[in-house]
Design a protein around this ligand. Structure first.
Ligand SMILES: Cc1ncc(COP(=O)(O)O)c(C=O)c1O
Length: 368
């Protein structure tokens, strides 16, 4: 039995008719940029994410960058980011002209550790960017109180956390200005590039709209040297359709995650995902860990099961950061995660048989 790492078949089938109707409406409208579909999606997503405003942006990286920009984060400022994030988080800080400062994760949840955040706050720190990694909400209550004590902004990177929550409050609704991605494989996935900013502030929402559109509020009048970071009108329309099904697909992800957890419980040598008691985990990724990770990946591959490593090299050891002078050993937790993590197939539509087959193969690897 072959098991792909991800498949869109089940989701696509569910939305096919409605999506084709959206395309026809879009095509006939002759209004292709920042039209009614964008407006509607922004209302839909704000309601979904339980915030006052959502602003459609070109992609997740641009949304993170603009979130920092509207908060006035720039050269001379430091922004605390997890040492084990996808590189987009710290690249957004660099794009804003500020300096990313890495804080190590909690080794049970893999999310940025509040204690480590406290350790790296300096007089230059302007913001904290927690990432709800793999779909588990960060410890947001503590992060928000650290930020309040130190007068810092919080920008949540909610690219992997759609519909996750901490103490019942949704990720993407805690920080001052937050950002998310609708990259196709995300839990809310577009059919191309898209992202959004979420905030409860009227002022920051309006500023985001200005910055994304060449720094202009009134046509051909430019208040700032802005960007073209507009969301694609068609993607916005298609995302509004998908949003109707996210609750169902999130429940699917949780059910599949729980099935893996039951199947694999007690497997000697394998570390399973752990969820903080106050957090919810929406299993954007189901990440297991073991010392013989590369062998496990090859074994699964030989047996037709595709897996992915998220992420094989932590940001500080990337070629792109060579000139920053980081070296191996600087962030040992992030490095250990990079050496031992493996993501198993999990997507809405994967069958119980497929999950059980992957689980059997994993168990056979450890106990041939
Ligand atoms: C944690 C995280 N932040 C930011 C991004 C950037 O999103 P995008 O690819 O839409 O620019 C991604 C995904 O790619 C991500 O996983």
């Amino acid at each position: 039995m072959d098991v792909p790492f991800v498949s869109f078949t089940a989701q696509n089938e569910r939305v096919a008719e409605e999506s084709k109707a959206v395309f026809a409406r879009f095509f006939d409208s002759q209004y292709y940029v920042l039209g009614n579909m964008t407006k509607q999606f922004e209302e839909d997503y704000a309601r979904f994410n339980q915030v006052k405003h959502a602003v459609g942006i070109s992609n997740g990286l641009d949304a993170l960058h603009l979130a920092l920009k509207v908060l006035g984060v720039g050269p001379g400022d430091e922004v605390i980011v997890p040492s084990n994030t996808y590189i987009a988080t710290n690249l957004a800080v660099e794009m804003a002209g500020a300096t990313p400062v890495f804080a190590e994760p909690d080794m049970r949840t893999y999310n940025i550790s509040p204690a480590q955040i406290r350790n790296v706050i300096s007089p230059k720190t302007k913001a904290i960017m927690p990432v709800h990694l793999y779909g588990q909400a960060c410890e947001m209550d503590e992060i928000m109180s650290i930020a309040k004590e130190a007068s810092l902004f919080v920008v949540e990177d909610n690219a992997q956390g759609h519909a996750a929550s901490f103490n019942g409050k949704q990720t993407g609704s805690f920080g001052h200005v937050n950002a998310t991605s609708f990259y196709p494989t995300k839990n809310v996935g577009a059919y191309g590039e898209a992202g959004a900013i979420t905030t409860d502030s009227d002022e920051w929402a309006q500023l985001s709209k200005v910055w994304r559109n060449y720094g202009s509020e009134k046509r051909y009048h430019n208040m700032y040297k802005g960007y073209n970071n507009r969301i694609d009108e068609l993607q916005a329309g298609l995302l509004s359709v998908k949003l109707k099904y996210i609750a169902e697909w999130t429940a699917d992800r949780k059910r599949i995650g729980d099935r893996y957890l039951r199947n694999l419980a007690g497997t000697d040598g394998l570390v399973l995902p752990y969820t903080h008691p106050e957090a919810s985990h929406v299993y954007h990724l189901f990440v297991v860990r073991c010392d013989r990770r590369d062998e496990l990946q090859s074994w699964l591959d030989q047996n037709g099961v595709k897996t992915v490593i998220h992420y094989p090299i932590p940001p500080h050891l990337q070629e792109a950061y060579k000139s920053s002078g980081f070296k191996k050993g600087d962030y040992p937790m992030a490095e250990m995660l990079a050496e031992t993590s493996l993501s198993l197939p999990l997507f809405p539509g994967i069958s119980d048989d497929q999950v059980d087959h992957v689980s059997d193969l994993v168990q056979k690897f450890f106990k041939p």
